[in-house]
Design a protein around this ligand. Structure first.
Ligand SMILES: *[C@@H]1O[C@H](CO)[C@@H](O)[C@H](O)[C@H]1NC(C)=O
Ligand SMILES: *[C@@H]1O[C@H](CO)[C@@H](O)[C@H](O)[C@H]1NC(C)=O
Ligand SMILES: *[C@@H]1O[C@H](CO)[C@@H](O)[C@H](O)[C@H]1NC(C)=O
Ligand SMILES: *[C@@H]1O[C@H](CO)[C@@H](O)[C@H](O)[C@H]1NC(C)=O
Ligand SMILES: *[C@@H]1O[C@H](CO)[C@@H](O)[C@H](O)[C@H]1NC(C)=O
Ligand SMILES: *[C@@H]1O[C@H](CO)[C@@H](O)[C@H](O)[C@H]1NC(C)=O
Ligand SMILES: *[C@@H]1O[C@H](CO)[C@@H](O)[C@H](O)[C@H]1NC(C)=O
Length: 424
């Protein structure tokens, strides 16, 4: 009897030593449920699917095969081999999300885009501590946007767009310091845009378009922000745009504010967003003149200002989106000549237009801004391109809106010219 080993003591000692060396910590203990818990979670999801038109899950998610081989499921490659990705996008699935999904403790990517899931997002999803990507875009989820989303410590991409979410945007969302993309568009969200929302430190894309948001555009961006795109179009936002709108937004490429009720002047400081490529302000109540500083935005390839109270650019008071084309024509002229209608050599827009038109087609070298092309670069071919651009600009400024080209035609033509220039 003396010789009988006492394995239980040895195992305990080994475990104690391992944990003292940090190999087994409390976290590892808590994650022990492992792959069988993942299987139980996914089977619960399968049970909550009420329609699976292509029989994808019903024939494929079977207990006899490893979950890692199930359609839409990816497992990690580490020793743990747990479920890390779930992608059931565009499978025509209907149903609800069960609380058991909160047990997929290694899940980093969750995407059920474009199905017909409904109900609410179970609070147990807040247990997914490794979740980085969460998309339920294009479903029928309802209720308020759950505030616990803000407690997911690694969340980078959040797509709740094209659902039936209502209520207000939870303030806690501004606390998600890891967030890079926030898409809440096409819901029924009301209330105001949180003043701190542009201060989410890593946020690059924010899309709140097609909701019922009201109130003003937030103005307080405290420190330099990496934001690239802001889309707030099709809401009920009002008030004047903040004068310092570009302050701390040096990387902004797209600002989409069309279909709101903004009023007041278009801030000339928008020209400080040097990277701006698209500026969409159409169908609002902006008034005053189009600031000539916008001509400094050399990367701008889409400018939408139609249907506002600017439209010295309309004709006989006729409101038309073709007004966009008119202002774009003036902008092109300003950009290539380096002169605006208020320049001392003109008595307004008419004489700028006349000056440019008179130079066409052979004397464009005389009106061209000397800063754009130095003399030695002025080949005949390049001058011909400039001439084509200014002809297009003159055409955009035709008095009768009905005779003007549509914006798409203009942009397509410019794109062609750009291609030709690129080949020189
Ligand atoms: C389930 O689908 C995956 C991915 O399409 C496939 O590799 C696997 O063989 C399928 N399993 C069964 C049991 O049909
Ligand atoms: C999974 O989650 C459910 C509901 O949240 C819970 O009751 C259950 O104990 C969990 N199961 C496992 C195996 O962890
Ligand atoms: C979701 O998955 C689909 C299919 O893989 C992909 O096309 C889409 O970009 C993903 N994300 C979103 C937000 O839809
Ligand atoms: C989801 O549906 C929308 C609208 O039909 C479509 O524009 C989008 O491309 C779809 N997304 C995917 C990933 O298929
Ligand atoms: C956001 O974080 C701050 C600082 O950690 C905290 O004081 C505040 O209560 C949080 N706000 C919300 C709405 O969670
Ligand atoms: C638009 O602005 C003008 C002043 O510029 C104001 O008189 C008018 O009430 C505004 N209209 C709307 C619909 O807000
Ligand atoms: C922007 O344009 C205005 C008027 O067109 C000009 O006076 C100003 O110097 C320009 N600013 C910069 C920074 O280029």
């Amino acid at each position: 009897m003396e010789a009988t080993p006492r394995p239980s003591i040895n195992i305990m000692t080994a475990l104690l030593l391992l944990s003292l060396h940090g190999f087994i910590g409390p976290a590892a203990m808590a994650e022990q449920p492992s792959i069988s818990a993942d299987q139980a979670s996914l089977l619960a999801l399968k049970q909550h699917i009420t329609d699976d038109p292509e029989d994808l899950l019903s024939t494929n998610w079977t207990e006899t095969t490893s979950v890692c081989n199930w359609v839409g499921i990816t497992c990690g490659t580490t020793h743990t081999s747990r479920v890390t990705r779930l992608n059931l996008a565009c499978m025509g699935l209907s149903g609800t999300l069960p609380p058991q999904l909160g047990n997929l403790s290694f899940l980093a990517y969750f995407n059920i885009t474009n199905n017909t899931f409904h109900g609410s997002l179970p609070v147990e999803l807040s247990h997914l501590r490794r979740l980085q990507y969460f998309s339920v875009r294009g479903n029928f989820f309802e209720g308020e946007i759950p505030p616990w989303l803000a407690s997911l410590p690694r969340l980078k991409y959040l797509f709740l767009n094209a659902n039936g979410f209502s209520g207000t945007i939870p303030e806690s969302i501004c606390n998600v310091s890891t967030l890079q993309t926030l898409d809440l568009s096409e819901n029924q969200l009301a209330g105001t845009i949180l003043p701190l929302i542009f201060n989410i430190p890593l946020l690059k894309v924010i899309d709140l378009s097609n909701n019922q948001l009201s109130g003003a555009m937030p103005s307080s961006v405290f420190s330099e922000s990496p934001l690239l795109d802001i889309d707030h179009s099709s809401n009920s936002l009002s008030g004047v745009l903040p004068q310092n709108i570009c302050g701390n937004l040096p990387n902004l490429q797209g600002l989409f504010l069309s279909f709101n009720q903004f009023s007041g002047g278009i801030p000339s400081s928008l020209s400080e967003c040097r990277q701006l490529q698209v500026l969409a302000l159409s169908v609002n109540n902006f008034s005053g003149t189009i600031p000539r500083e916008l001509g400094n935005l050399t990367l701008l390839n889409g400018l939408y200002l139609g249907v506002n109270n600017l439209i010295e650019y309309g004709s006989g008071g006729v409101v038309s989106t073709r007004g966009d084309v008119y202002s774009y024509g003036i902008l092109l002229m300003e950009t290539f000549t380096g002169k605006g209608p208020t320049d001392e050599m003109f008595s307004g827009e008419e004489s700028l237009k006349r000056w440019v038109k008179n130079s066409l087609p052979d004397a464009v070298g005389d009106v061209l801004d000397a800063k754009l092309l130095s003399r030695e670069e002025l080949t005949a071919a390049k001058l011909e391109c400039v001439s084509t651009i200014l002809e297009l600009a003159a055409h955009c400024c035709t008095e009768l809106p009905g005779e003007r080209k549509g914006m798409n035609d203009v942009l397509a033509k410019l794109e062609k010219i750009r291609t030709v220039l690129g080949q020189m």
